[in-house]
Design a binder for this molecule. Structure first.
Ligand code: ADP
Ligand code: ASP
Ligand code: MG
Length: 616
């Protein structure tokens, strides 16, 4: 007999018949001898409908009132499902987030869970009832009692947090697809189902646009070691297990906000190669990294900043022992990247920097918490450390700094985040590959392809600040301001090119933010630009971000080249590139986003023979 949390998404409870089918499945699970907490979403597109109603009344609706409005959707479903269960003879009781005691912060429309009271829940379970809980909502108790919601898609997070709180044996997410697929089957019907995926990979995929799981639910599963599976509401197929290893014991107090950073890591064995002023046209990155892959040079981070005029800078890091080889390849390819009409121009200049180190903070708790990266930059600034390159992922922020600054940087970061630093070259590889599945059903297959999934995010905007003084503290200022307004930043890229203006070295910084925050971010930064000596703040909302994710990319030359090559073959220009150990993201023009996703998915042979049709 197991204690299970089952969550059913909007489509799965979209009609009376579907609610009745869910009741049948729940009752079957109980009859098999299990105890159940069931979490449900609002029926079908109810939440979208409510958002639309609000927008017809106000352009900028009050966030407290939005929570009041949106939380009603789930309340309908809990009552109906509870009735459907009672109708077939299964004792059940519905409960709102407030009735359970899902206590959250007071941040309306994006509240994080602080803790969950389990007494009443467990009492009803003991009485033999199925407890049907409203997903997506909670209650804040700082000051007055207030209904809060967790952010769109947040019912997954409610379910996994409940599973952690009651120490359920596992958590099942039932949805309208058979599990986690290599990409969104609505865009690529040949997407293939995976048996299993690691929490770290899923965290990236979810945050990069794979809507099948709310990223924060994966974060909780990872932090508390909750066995998690995504399955189809329409079949009994096993679905996809999201695997993690047994985490350290963690308190259930401050469930979503405690300890965002687990470790400070460093690697002094790094060198940087940059190619300055390469043409801004399709195929350049493919040519460069194709040659690098053919020479079997394994690159670590890759960054391509936004174009200036009609040229880009591309930089990458390699480990010091292979620097010579990497430099030789870059120098050999450089002439081919120059404009043949102007052979003596300053295009495609190769620049090497040997004495660099990479310092990183890592931990699952950084998602949607822009203050964490801002704190890292502020800490480095206070220690007088200038940042040369920044790479962000959902579970890690890495900065390239001068090798001589490394010890100081690590000490300052360990102190700021209250953790002991981990040794030289943290073995992310083994950590990523370690798979501890917890399924009571079939074990997952071993992972073979270096790329597990491809994701598309069409909800980002890009901001660029021109001519930011190249000195310690600028990134801290910039991201501090955005963090104060709770604006999450992704793909932070500084240009490699440094221009001396009035005696001050200056670089451009570009980054992406959620599209809905684009204009606010632009306004906030423009207000301080003059005072900080920055140039213009430029916003571009017509972008798409396409990403590949896979723990197997580490130590595998050629993965990036293949992605860039696929885009080049279809004449898709890459506007920005950013990577972490387990992902590569490219920004492209918005109208090319879907095409980019499709050609990359095909390039990595991820397509299966079966086609998925997602039910309406
Ligand atoms: P629910 O209402 O059950 O929470 P969602 O609509 O939030 O369902 O999430 C399921 C949808 O996620 C699928 O219908 C699919 O279109 C989309 N999706 C995006 N990326 C993926 C992926 N990699 N695997 C599976 N589904 C995905
Ligand atoms: N009903 C909410 C939404 O549509 C929460 C969820 O379904 O997860 O965003
Ligand atoms: Mg969902």
């Amino acid at each position: 007999m197991a204690l299970i949390v089952q969550k059913f998404g909007g489509t799965s409870v979209g009609s009376v018949e579907r609610i009745q089918a869910v009741a049948q499945r729940v009752s079957k699970t109980v009859k098999a001898g299990n105890s159940l907490v069931v979490v449900v979403s609002a029926m079908g597109k109810t939440t979208d409908g409510l958002v639309k109603l609000a927008s017809e009344i106000s352009q900028n609706p009050n966030r407290r009132e939005m929570d009041m409005l949106l939380s009603t959707g789930e309340q309908v479903t809990i009552a109906l499902l509870s009735m459907a269960l009672q109708e077939i003879g299964q004792p059940a009781i519905s409960m709102t987030g407030a009735q359970v005691g899902i206590v959250t912060e007071a941040e309306h429309t994006r509240a994080r869970i602080l803790h969950i009271e389990t007494d009443r829940l467990l009492r009803h379970i003991k009485e033999g009832k199925v407890v049907v809980v409203a997903g997506f909502q909670g209650i804040s108790r700082t000051g007055e009692l207030e209904i809060t919601t967790l952010g769109r898609g947040g019912s997954d997070t409610s379910a996994v947090a409940l599973a952690a709180a009651i120490q359920a044996d596992f958590c099942e997410i039932y949805t309208d697809v058979p599990g986690i697929l290599t990409t969104d089957p609505r865009l690529v019907p040949e997407a293939q189902l995976m048996d299993a995926i690691t929490c770290n990979e899923m965290l990236e995929l979810a945050s990069l646009g794979a809507k099948v799981l709310h990223p924060r639910s994966v974060e909780i599963a990872r932090n508390y070691g909750v066995p998690l599976v995504v399955r189809s509401s329409w079949t009994d197929d096993p679905g996809t297990w999201v695997t993690s290893h047994k985490p350290q014991e963690r308190s259930l107090i401050n469930l979503e906000i405690a300890r965002p950073v687990d470790a400070v890591e460093f690697d002094t064995n790094q060198a940087r190669v940059a190619l300055l002023r390469v043409p801004d046209k399709p195929g350049v990155a493919a040519k460069l990294f194709g040659e690098i892959a053919r020479q079997n040079v394994d690159v670590d981070l890759i960054i391509q900043s936004i174009h200036e005029g009609n040229s880009n800078d591309i930089a990458f890091t390699v480990t010091t022992p292979i620097l010579k080889r990497a430099e030789a390849v870059a120098s050999a390819i450089a002439p081919a990247l120059r404009n043949p009409a102007k052979p003596n121009s300053d295009e495609a200049e190769v620049m090497i920097e040997q004495d660099v180190a990479k310092v990183s903070i890592s931990g699952a708790g950084m998602i949607g918490r822009p203050g964490v990266a801002a704190k890292m930059f502020a800490t480095l600034a206070a220690a007088g450390v200038n940042i040369q390159m920044i790479s962000t992922s959902e579970v890690k922020v890495s900065c390239l700094v001068n090798a001589t600054d490394c010890d100081r940087a690590v000490a300052a970061l360990s102190n700021a985040f209250e953790i002991a630093a981990k040794g030289e070259v943290e073995e992310t590889i083994t950590r990523e590959q370690e798979v501890v599945p917890c399924p009571p059903s079939p074990a997952p297959c071993p992972v073979s392809s270096p790329v597990r999934g491809v994701a598309l995010d069409m909800n980002q905007a890009r901001l660029a600040i021109r001519q930011v003084p190249d000195k310690a503290g600028m990134a801290a200022k910039l991201f501090g301001i955005l963090a104060q307004h709770n604006i999450s930043v992704d793909m932070i890229i500084q240009s490699q090119r440094c221009r001396i203006i009035d005696g001050v070295p200056k670089r451009d910084i570009a980054f992406t933010v959620p599209r809905m925050d684009g204009e606010t971010a632009q306004k906030l930064l423009t207000q301080v630009a003059a005072e900080l000596g920055w140039g213009e703040v430029v916003l571009d909302s017509a972008i798409a971000k396409v990403s590949i994710v896979g723990a197997g990319m580490v130590g595998q030359p050629g993965v990036a080249a293949k992605m860039f090559e696929a885009l080049a073959q279809h004449q898709i220009n890459i506007q920005m590139i950013a990577t972490s150990e387990i992902k590569i993201s490219c920004v492209v023009a918005q109208e090319q986003g879907v095409k980019a996703l499709q050609v990359i998915h095909a390039a990595f042979d991820l397509a299966g023979s079966e086609k998925f049709v997602v039910p309406a």
